[in-house]
Design a binder for this molecule. Structure first.
Ligand code: EPZ
Length: 421
């Protein structure tokens, strides 16, 4: 097993380039099931989750190859099976995003119901309601979703919650359905817009992506295309917090400022100065001498992103005053709190609310990453903790951050990757 050993107390300085967005590349890869011919994706991040999705697609008959770093070529190799393997779906919920594409182009899908994960039960009821509304028959037997359909038929769907994944599954399926589909209360996250732009490049007819009403006119065929993935706003935000928590000055390059506005606003409220550089594709964060406590409430985009909640919870331990963090999107996204307390943080949680008293000096300890963003948050806390911190269960973090230790070391962090026998 691997662990990160971090010696805290060094303000981070310098520049770091943000990779392509994990939560954009995964649905785009699933969509290639519906495309004829070859698709070339660029700015593909080197992540475990991308490798897992390559394995899922290989199982389903999509051949993937990468001739140059950051580029991924995908094309249908054979009439693959319609069943996604349990082991892979269990490892990564985003595998469920092959449901819509499989139904749209093969009329069948056998996908294990993705388990809940650390941060909540994460049901898929909205995905299934969408598929049924498009004319699919969906049954659950022995933990596997079996779906069947002739040609899907366009319909009018109202989502009870602007679910990112459900919006993406329905959007993909609708592109090859007969007639028009209207998705109301659709998710408006930038990753949904990137998927819609990719599908339009393949010949889909989509209007309104990025707004809560998306209209799709079904077409007969989608063709392979070339697409560059949008930058990862959560990786960018994580490095911006790294600057703030260590009292440093960091420039994050390859960002879309628009996607980071809720994060920038919060950092400025805490006293950081944030400069937009060049044409908005780089931001510099300069930490103040003392950070102010703020309240945070996570919301669907363009509200404060739930994936930035854990990093900001770690940051809140270094602000002066009382911070109240409310997690409205997931029901159990405070798993890092017991680990943060091992470092000396003063946090108490009550349901979906955490109250953090700051500023508390943190001291190094052995901690375990509980999930992807919680693990990133513990690494951020370790950067400011005195002495050495060991962060275990790194596999969580490698799912969503490309070469994190190298990028942090490049900013002056004292961090080393140790293989633990
Ligand atoms: C996507 O997950 C992201 N993952 C998550 O990022 C992100 O936190 C989330 O969107 C919210 O922004 C990917 O894109 C691969 P949801 P998703 O459906 O699609 C409930 C990370 O750290 N819900 O918008 O699963 C659900 O339980 C990950 O990168 C239903 O009730 O999120 C949750 O409470 C974590 N029924 C809420 O909606 C459904 O059918 C938001 O879920 C679907 C969702």
């Amino acid at each position: 097993m691997e662990k990160l050993v971090i010696t805290g107390g060094y303000p981070l300085q310098g520049k770091v380039r943000v990779a392509g967005a994990k939560n954009a590349v995964l649905p785009l890869m699933a969509a290639t099931l519906m495309l004829t011919g070859e698709t070339v994706l660029e700015e593909v991040p080197a992540l475990e989750d991308v490798d897992t999705m390559v394995q899922v697609l290989a199982y389903l008959g999509i051949e993937a190859r990468s001739d140059v770093p950051g580029q991924l070529c995908l094309k249908p190799a054979a009439e693959g099976v319609v069943a996604a393997p349990y082991e892979l779906v269990r490892r990564m919920r985003a595998s469920f995003l092959v449901l819509g594409p499989l139904l749209a182009c093969r009329g069948r899908a056998e996908i294990p119901l993705p388990g809940g994960c650390a941060i909540g039960t994460r049901p898929v009821d909205l995905h299934l309601k969408g598929m049924q509304a498009l004319g699919a028959e969906v049954v659950l037997n022995q933990g596997t979703i079996s779906a069947r359909a002739g040609r899907l038929k366009g319909c009018h769907i109202y989502l009870d919650f602007p679910s990112v994944g459900a919006t993406e599954n329905i959007l993909m399926a609708a592109t090859l359905a007969e007639g028009e589909t209207v998705i109301e209360n659709a998710a408006v996250e930038p990753e949904v817009v990137d998927l819609a732009n990719f599908l339009s490049g393949a010949g889909a007819k989509i209007k309104g992506a990025g707004t809560s009403i998306v209209r799709v006119k079904g077409v007969k065929e989608l063709r392979g295309t070339r697409h560059s993935i949008i930058p990862d706003r959560i990786e960018a935000g994580t490095f911006m917090v790294a600057a703030a928590i260590t009292g440093g000055s960091v420039t994050v390059e390859n960002v879309v400022y628009e996607h980071l506005k809720p994060v920038v606003a919060k950092l400025m409220e805490m006293g950081c100065s944030v400069s937009v550089l060049e044409s908005g594709d780089a931001l510099r964060v300069d930490a103040p001498s003392g950070l102010k406590a703020v309240d945070i409430k996570t919301m669907p985009y363009p509200g404060f992103p739930t994936d930035m909640q854990s990093p900001f919870l770690a940051l809140a331990t270094q602000t002066q005053g009382t911070s109240v963090v409310t997690e409205t999107v997931f029901e159990n996204r405070f798993l890092l709190v017991p680990e943060l307390k091992r470092l000396g943080a003063n946090v108490r949680t009550e349901g979906r609310t955490a109250v953090i008293e700051g500023k508390t000096p943190l001291t190094g300890a052995k901690v375990k990453a509980p999930d992807l963003r919680g693990g990133a948050a513990l690494i951020l806390a370790a950067l400011v903790a005195q002495d050495e911190t060991e962060v275990h269960n790194l596999y969580h973090v490698k799912r969503g951050y490309e070469n994190l230790e190298e990028k942090l070391a490049g900013l002056g962090a004292r961090v080393r990757l140790v293989v633990d026998n």
